[in-house]
Write a protein that binds this ligand. Structure first.
Ligand code: NAI
Ligand code: MG
Length: 316
């Protein structure tokens, strides 16, 4: 086993590893992402990146010899670094800690750092250095669940399931949690297929429910979105893990039954209205637009907008 480095040794390692070349270091306000200049050895050696809000981001995974640094030595170095950043007028510190280096969490917390969020293999702590209360944005506030109301217009049948593992069995639409980076419509199509074996395609977004302090969302808020889907296969192949029953039900029956959840009942009635009066009355359709950030796109959902209004051609 390699010996732990002393504070002096650790300082030397960092100085060797991160000493900026002639062009490195703080580059002034025009630089997109800037490294903060290493201060003279002996004052502070934790190097971070400056963000556009004046905060410093320190990624411990980028530091060599981290496995040989003990918690007390780290605390001393971090305390000196924070003092330095405060004197330079930095607004905040973001400290990214790999899960295997979690022994550095307690020393950071003792200096006032708090958890911002954790992912699978790392946690991020923050310390506000600016004036007044922290203006740092919080982490994700909602989980997103998506259900598919798979409606066959030719037979007026709608696909419904009853969950296994529920105290009370009620009819509902198949659905589940959205995965990171997944489009809403893709979640609905995927979940419907996984739970019922039915293949379908996205048509529109029908409703959004927001519920706070949801027990199934680890105390966070829950956003539950219901999409209208069009089926293109009809043979049910139920997921035994999650579903107890699944069937094609007449839409009128679902709209009238008491054996369903309030949200399912309301959306069944909405669908019935759309089926009779035209889906344009209830649909929020989707369009992909370019984001301001180069190369990125997003999905925008809204009621149908005539082309001349989209282009404003011939509109006063
Ligand atoms: N009003 C309604 O009709 C209902 C709406 N929802 C909404 O649907 C979304 C979630 O859909 P789900 O079908 O629940 O998600 P999902 O389809 O992604 O399935 C979740 C899976 O995780 C499993 N699971 C959940 N908690 C677990 C735990 N603690 N330990 C082990 N396994 C666990 C479940 O058994 C299930 O297999 C949420 O947005 C929720 O609010 C859910 C039920 C009814
Ligand atoms: Mg589900």
């Amino acid at each position: 086993m390699r010996p732990l480095l002393s504070w002096a040794g650790w300082r030397a390692v960092l100085a060797r590893t991160y000493s900026p070349g002639p062009s490195a270091g703080y580059r002034g306000a025009s630089g997109a992402q800037r490294y903060v200049r290493n201060p003279p050895v002996g004052t502070c050696d934790l190097q971070g990146e400056l963000d556009r809000f004046g905060g410093i981001s320190v990624r411990l995974a980028r530091l060599d010899a981290l496995d040989r640094l003990d918690a007390a030595t780290f605390q001393k170095g971090l305390q000196a670094a924070v003092q330095q950043w405060r004197s330079e007028g930095r607004t905040a510190v973001w400290l990214h800690i790999p899960i295997l280096q979690s022994r550095f969490i307690a020393p950071a917390a003792s200096l006032g750092f708090c958890f911002h969020h954790a992912e699978l293999d790392s946690s991020t702590l923050t310390l506000w250095l600016g004036e007044g209360p922290s203006r740092l944005p919080g982490y994700a506030s909602h989980q997103v669940g998506v259900a598919g109301a798979v409606f066959d217009e030719s037979t007026r049948k709608i696909l419904v399931v009853q969950d296994r593992n529920k105290l009370k069995n009620m009819w509902k639409f198949p659905g589940g949690l959205s995965e990171p980076g997944e489009d809403i419509g893709d979640t609905a199509v995927r979940e419907v297929f996984e739970e019922t074996g039915i293949k379908s395609e996205f048509r529109s977004l029908l409703s959004i429910r927001q519920q706070h302090r949801n027990p199934g969302a680890f105390g966070k808020s829950d956003m539950y979105i219901i999409c209208r889907l069009k089926p293109y296969s009809f043979t049910i192949n139920i997921c035994q893990h999650e579903c107890l029953r699944c069937e094609w039900m007449d839409l009128n029956d679902l709209a009238k039954t008491e054996n369903t959840t309030p949200i399912t009942s309301r959306v069944a009635r909405l669908l019935l209205y759309g089926y009779r009066e035209g889906f344009d009355k209830i649909d929020l359709t989707v369009e992909e637009l370019p984001a301001v950030h180069t190369g990125l796109f997003y999905k925008l959902y809204h009621k149908e907008l005539p082309d001349n209004y989209k282009t404003m051609k011939g509109i006063d």
